[in-house]
Each structure stands twice: as structure tokens, then as C-alpha cells.
Ligand binder design. Structure first.
Ligand code: NAP
Ligand code: SF4
Length: 707
């Protein structure tokens, strides 16, 4: 094992000497080897995994997408994975397949337990191989995270994120489960996979064995560290013994549990060495359990913040180590590989956003990469809402078959009015489909509400989204008319075949007596800096924008460093404390902020499932107050008067900020219809309710594809 790594390191050393002039060979197109110069010598260098040669250091790790359980799953997975393989990824790991019924994630989740299921896999592995990449099947046993009644675990301890209590596995059950891992591995080989990845992180069954938090057994599978690691080690050992040396075994190891009674660093080192000795070919790092109170992948996490855990691991094992989480540009990936933190990088969501990430890096065209902005809005949040994953930035992700089938009509002349996310998507896609496109924007810059988002602490990735759209508009030849308000006469003069109205929504101004007083401000004025809020602030509304405004008022640090993030969330980067959790630092705040809503429900209930809790937790740590079930009475110089709980109250504040939702602005559509100009409204101009960038971009893309 060590020998293999030394040879790959030699390769890296040689490559780095060649610096920007390096010549890289890639598996980008099967049968065709492209020679290019690159500024990412480490990222784009080959790696020898023994029986598998990888063309570069990018792994597409396992992702829940639900593609496995949808109709036409084989066709959809072929399209999804081959798009990423053609885009230059060398190694792709499937979504997690359970080795038996007990281990499936939910009632209808995928299991791979019989030869009869091989036809569901073989066409996919063949197509991916033909497209130039290798595939590993991930084996994932959910243990106590399973959302069905057959759930099992090392001990009958309920997870805080599951209402069901697991049945304790008997020793015979454990032996049977080990056999199931073995059977699924054998089936994986027959189904054309180059190997398997064992999911041993994120709080699933294997981590439930390794951590005292969830393992209270007294037999040889619990108690001492060696006993708790036995299940993981036996899986790898038995698979290696049965399937031989040419079968790749990846192991996803929890390098930081981020839960109480998790492992300390020394325990993780012990486990990693044992997994290596058992015969694994590579270790993929996994951060945090799903029940962890620390964000691990959302936009609030600084880029590559967890690469230190990969670096720790590299010091104790000889096999290649894969760094994960919030690695979303070739620069970030290259830097961490060059530092020697890891041998490979896992790009999951970045490959949803752009299947051609590697190809663009290779062509030294990183500016054209569609960025993953770590919003989770259309990937993880969709999965939790029992929808198939896609991507805010790339609505075609996971829907490759559907989008490929969209017809391109004859060339037309198209006007798009409004350069917010919907208008930007519509204009770019229409122009890329060969239409002549003029994009009108009344402001002096593109972006619409994206320009507000980019000013919110932690949301700097929105700058990347703007960069990406700028490049697309430019390359597709869209004529951009900034600072110009398009009305019916302007659009009639342009003789367009069709007008896309993407003028967005307008902020609602509730009819509260005193709303026009000077202490009341709109959220745009605050975020864009035209108004400065006082020390005591009331915010009308508790939705997404109200939470963002509260963040804006309470946090001056736009870009947290990894160290600041660890302090805020109480992460012990030395992992000397079990689970790597220590007490969090108390943020300094210079304002008192209260958010109010009329509804009785939990404030911010419609925020993203996987990011809303982070926002709520940050605001709670900053002592933000919430008032629910209020009836606004009036505003005067003394503040905001309202009734709640049958009593009258006054929020004595210096500034009241209105974040009371959006209303659609269809005035242009009405004007155009009256003038007989063909038009279609999208995004907020069509429907303001539940508007977000995902819907706007999706509608803009679909409309442009259908012109
Ligand atoms: P929103 O999420 O729909 O929230 C609107 C808020 O205004 C609610 O709290 C609502 O509470 C209140 N409200 C509605 N009508 C009102 C009225 N007539 N008088 C007083 N209060 C009223 O809308 P938003 O905050 O404008 O966000 C717009 C969209 O952007 C949302 O769909 C959201 O998904 C998205 N967004 C999300 C995030 C995020 O997830 N972090 C950030 C920014 C934007 P009551 O009706 O109970 O009073
Ligand atoms: Fe990234 Fe957001 Fe797309 Fe998910 S939806 S892949 S987080 S940009």
C-alpha cells in the first residue's frame, strides 16, 4: 500500500516542478488523449490505485439523488453519470445501496442483494466506463437512521433525528450483516463496478459501532476501541479476502464525528490504520454525523474548512486520502492538494452544478465553471422533501434526459426584461440555443436580488454565480442593455418575436399606520447601504429575507476564516475532546434585533431544511428576539405598536425594517399584452409566492429551451 502512495507522490513532485507548464494526460474523451497546459498540476495529475489508474484527482463521491428509485432510473442514471464522466471525472461513486432490507435508508430506498438486480447496474457501469470513468458502488447501511420499522443498530438507542428506536443486533445478526456486505460486494463486481466504497461515516451503522455514543455493547463488538472498530475492520478484511487484490475498496471514514461521545483524534488514527491494514485502497474523509449541531457543507462553512482532517489522516496512513466538503473551485482543490493535505478531492455538489468542472479546469477555463454556491436548495433540501435532487444553478442536473429531449426551434429574436436570476438564465440559454437575444436591465449591473444576497455574511458564493452568468452572456453573444427600462414602445421598436418578462417581484409594503415614517426602512435600502439601522431594530417578517437582514445587521464579518468558523461552532480541530466538540465562543453583538410575524407557527419555518437551522441557531446565539402571533397596530416615533397574547406592546426601536414578503410585478406583461406584443412572464413577475432563485432559474431555462 505504502509503495503505491510513494509512487503517486513522486508523480506529484515531478508535476509540481513543471508548474504551470505541465503536460497532463486525461481520460476526458475515451480513446482520445488531449495534451494541454494547466495551472492545476496537482489536481490534473494521474494517480495509480493499483488495479485502477485515475486520470486526475477528482472523485465524484456518493450523493443521494433519488435517481435510483425513479421511473426510467437506468436511462436517467446513465445520462447523469456519463455527463460527469465525459466532463473528465475519473472516479464516480454511486449513491448508497444497502446490503440488506434492514439497512435501507427509507421504505423504498435502494438495496443491492440479489443477482436479479444486476441488470439495474450493468448498463450504467458499461456506459460510464465507455465514457472514460470507473465506478464504485457505495454500500451504505443506515442503522438507526433508517426511516422504516425494521431498523437495527449496535444498541437500542434512538437517534435524536429519528423518531424510531432501533432493534439491537444480536451477534448472529452481525455475522449475517457482514455476509450481506460481502454478497453486495460480489454482486458489485458482477455488475461491472471497479470496486466498492464502504460508508463508514456520517453517523450510519458503522459509525454507530465505532462511537461510544451509540454502542453500549458488552460483547466483542463493543466496549474497547478495538471491539468497537471490529465491525468496520471485518467488513474490509472479508471483502479483500474474498474479492482479491484487483478489487478497489474505498472506505469513507468519519474524520471528525462532531457529536458528543464520538471519537477522539487518536481513536480515528487507530481506526484508519486498522482499515488500511485490512486492505482498503483509499480513505474518503467524512465530516460530522447527520445529528451533529455543526454545519458541515452549507454556505456558512468556509471553503475547504475541513481539509485539516484529511491532512491529519495522511500523516498516519500510506493509502491515498480524499478531502471533502466545500471544495468548489479548481483553485481551492489545487491549493489543498499542493499543500499535501490530501491525494484526491471529492466534488459532489460542484459536479451537480457543472458536470464539465474537470474539463473546464483542464482547458484553463475555470471562469466558465457553474459554481456550487452551497445553498443546498435544490439538492439536499429536495431530497428531504422527497423530491429528486437537482441544482439551483443547473436545473438540468439529474434531469439530463428531459433537457436533452427539449426541442430547439428556428432562430428567433428574443427580448428578456430583467437581469435577475430568471432573466439571466433565460437570456443565456436562449442565446446558447442560437436565438438573437437582447437583455434589458434597469439597474446598472446584472443580478437583481443576487446583488442583495452577495452582501449577506456567508453568502459570498453569490459573487461566483454572477461571474458565471456574466461569462455565459458574453460568450453566447447576448446584447446587454444596462440602465435601460424596457417598456412597450422600446420593445415594439425592437421587433422581437417574443419578450420574456423577468422583472421579478416587488417588496410588499403592509398597510400599517405610520409605515411611511422616517424610522421605517425597506430591506433593500438597508442591505444596499442607503440607510443605516440604529442600535435597536424591529423587523417586520420572519422569512428568508428577514433572517438575512438580521444576519446583515449582526455580523460584520462577510468572509469567516476556517478558524473563526471553528470558534463560533465549538469545533476542537485538535480532536482531543470526544467528537471534536468544545464550547462555542460567544459572539459580540452591537444591536438588539427582534423579528415579528403574524402567524403562530415557528419563525422561519419555510427556510431551507438544511440551512434554516443554521440561521436560527446563529440568530439565537446573538440573542435575537422573535414575536409570533402579533397584530400590527401602528408605528410612531416611539416604535412599533402591536398586540400579542391579548395584550398591547410597543417594540421601542430606532429602526423598523420591512421584510414582509413579495408581490408580483406584472405591470409590464399587462402593458405588452395591451400593445399586442407576445410575452411570457417568469419567476417573480409570474408568481411572487415562494419565489426563490431555484424557481426563477428553472423557469427561465425551461422557457428558453422551448422557444
Ligand atoms: P417570505 O419568506 O414569504 O416571508 C414573508 C414574511 O413576511 C413572513 O414572515 C410573513 O409573516 C410576513 N408577511 C407577509 N405578509 C405580510 C403583511 N401583509 N404584513 C406584515 N407581514 C407580512 O418572503 P421573503 O422573506 O421576502 O423571502 C422571499 C423568498 O426568498 C422566499 O420564498 C425565500 O424562500 C427566499 N429567500 C430565502 C432565504 C433563505 O432561505 N435564507 C433568504 C432570502 C430569500 P406573517 O404573514 O406571519 O406575518
Ligand atoms: Fe450547490 Fe446549491 Fe446546486 Fe446544491 S443546489 S449543488 S448546493 S448550487
Amino acid at each position: 500500500m505504502c509503495r503505491r502512495r510513494q509512487s503517486s507522490n513522486r508523480q506529484l513532485g515531478a508535476n509540481s516542478q513543471k508548474s504551470a507548464k505541465i503536460v497532463a494526460l486525461t481520460g476526458l474523451s475515451p480513446g482520445l488523449r488531449i495534451i494541454v497546459t494547466t495551472r492545476y498540476p496537482h489536481l490534473l495529475s494521474a494517480l495509480d490505485l493499483g488495479s485502477l489508474q485515475l486520470a486526475n484527482r477528482v472523485v465524484m463521491p456518493s450523493m443521494h439523488t433519488r435517481l435510483e428509485t425513479l421511473d426510467h432510473s437506468v436511462e436517467r442514471r446513465i445520462a447523469f453519470y456519463t455527463a460527469r464522466a465525459r466532463g473528465g471525472v475519473g472516479l464516480i461513486v454511486t449513491a448508497g445501496y444497502s446490503p440488506n432490507q434492514e439497512g435501507r435508508l427509507e421504505e423504498d430506498a435502494q438495496v443491492f442483494e440479489s443477482a436479479g438486480q444486476i441488470p439495474e447496474h450493468l448498463p450504467v457501469t458499461r456506459a460510464v466506463r465507455d465514457a472514460g470513468a470507473a465506478m464504485l458502488l457505495q454500500i451504505l447501511h443506515a442503522g438507526r437512521y433508517a426511516k422504516h420499522d425494521q431498523l437495527v443498530a449496535p444498541s437500542p438507542l434512538r437517534s435524536p433525528i429519528n423518531r424510531r428506536t432501533p432493534r439491537e443486533l444480536s451477534e448472529a445478526d452481525i455475522e449475517r450483516t457482514l455476509g450481506d456486505y460481502l454478497r453486495t460486494s460480489e454482486l458489485a463486481r458482477e455488475a461491472g463496478y471497479a470496486g466498492i466504497e464502504i460508508m463508514g461515516s456520517e453517523g450510519y451503522l458503522i459509525t454507530q459501532f465505532t462511537a461510544p455514543r451509540s454502542n453500549q455493547r458488552q460483547d466483542c463488538w463493543g466496549g474497547s476501541l478495538e471491539n468497537r472498530c471490529r465491525f468496520a475492520v471485518e467488513i474490509v478484511k472479508r471483502i479483500r479476502a474474498r474479492l482479491g487484490d484487483d478489487f478497489i475498496i474505498g472506505y469513507r471514514i468519519s474524520t471528525l464525528d462532531l457529536v458528543e461521545d464520538g471519537l477522539v483524534g487518536e481513536d480515528i488514527n487507530h481506526l484508519a490504520r486498522a482499515i488500511e491494514a485490512a486492505g482498503a485502497n483509499m480513505l474518503v474523509t467524512g465530516i460530522g454525523w447527520h445529528e451533529s449541531p455543526v454545519p458541515t457543507i452549507a454556505y456558512q462553512v468556509p471553503r475547504a474548512a475541513w481539509s485539516f482532517t484529511a491532512a491529519r489522516l495522511k500523516r498516519v496512513v500510506g493509502i491515498p486520502v480524499v478531502a471533502t466538503n466545500r471544495i468548489n473551485t479548481p483553485e481551492v482543490a489545487e491549493a489543498l492538494l499542493a499543500r499535501g493535505d490530501a491525494d484526491l478531492v471529492a466534488l459532489a455538489r460542484p459536479l451537480l452544478a457543472d458536470p464539465a468542472f474537470v474539463a473546464k479546469a483542464l482547458a484553463d477555463d475555470a471562469v466558465a465553471i457553474a459554481p456550487c454556491i452551497a445553498c443546498n436548495q435544490a439538492c439536499l433540501d429536495y431530497i428531504f422533501a422527497e423530491r429528486a435532487a437537482t441544482c439551483l444553478v443547473n436545473p438540468g442536473a439529474g434531469r439530463e434526459v428531459e433537457f436533452a429531449a427539449m426541442p430547439s426551434g428556428k432562430q428567433k429574436s428574443i427580448a428578456v426584461v430583467g437581469a435577475g436570476p430568471g432573466g439571466l438564465a433565460a437570456a443565456s440559454v436562449a442565446a446558447e440555443h442560437g436565438h438573437r437575444v437582447v437583455l434589458f436591465e434597469s439597474a446598472n449591473e446584472i443580478g437583481g436580488q443576487l446583488n442583495l444576497a452577495k452582501r449577506i455574511p456567508g453568502k459570498r458564493e453569490f459573487l461566483e454565480l454572477l461571474r458565471y452568468f456574466r461569462v455565459r452572456l458574453n460568450r453566447a453573444g447576448v446584447t446587454l442593455r444596462l440602465g435601460e427600462r424596457a417598456d412597450a414602445p422600446v420593445l415594439a421598436a425592437g421587433q422581437f418575436d417574443h419578450v420574456i418578462v423577468a422583472t421579478g417581484a416587488i417588496a410588499r409594503r403592509p398597510a400599517i399606520a405610520g409605515i411611511d415614517l422616517p424610522l421605517v426602512a425597506g430591506y433593500r435600502d438597508i442591505i444596499e447601504g442607503r440607510r443605516v439601522a440604529g442600535r435597536r431594530v424591529a423587523i417586520i417578517g420572519t422569512g428568508g429575507i428577514a433572517h438575512d437582514v438580521a444576519e446583515f445587521l449582526l455580523e460584520t464579518n462577510l468572509d469567516q476564516t476556517a478558524g473563526e468558523f471553528m470558534d463560533e461552532w465549538g469545533v476542537d480541530a485538535a480532536i482531543t475532546v470526544a467528537g471534536g466538540l468544545r464550547s462555542a465562543s460567544r459572539p459580540q453583538v452591537g444591536r438588539e434585533v427582534t423579528l415579528l410575524q403574524r402567524g403562530e407557527g415557528r419563525p422561519g419555518v419555510r427556510l431551507g431544511m438544511t440551512t434554516g437551522w443554521i440561521l436560527r441557531s446563529r440568530l439565537k446565539a446573538r440573542d435575537v428576539g422573535f414575536v409570533t402571533g402579533c397584530r400590527y397596530d401602528h408605528i410612531d416615533a416611539g416604535g412599533l405598536h402591536y398586540r400579542a397574547g391579548g395584550e398591547s406592546h410597543c417594540a421601542r426601536v430606532d429602526t423598523i425594517i420591512v421584510c414582509a414578503g413579495q408581490e408580483k410585478d406584472d405591470s409590464l406583461s399587462d402593458e405588452l399584452k395591451r400593445a399586442g406584443i407576445a410575452c411570457t412572464a417568469i419567476g417573480g413577475a409570474r408568481l411572487a409566492a415562494e419565489l426563490d432563485a431555484t424557481r426563477a432559474i428553472d423557469e427561465g431555462t425551461r422557457l428558453a429551451c422551448s422557444l
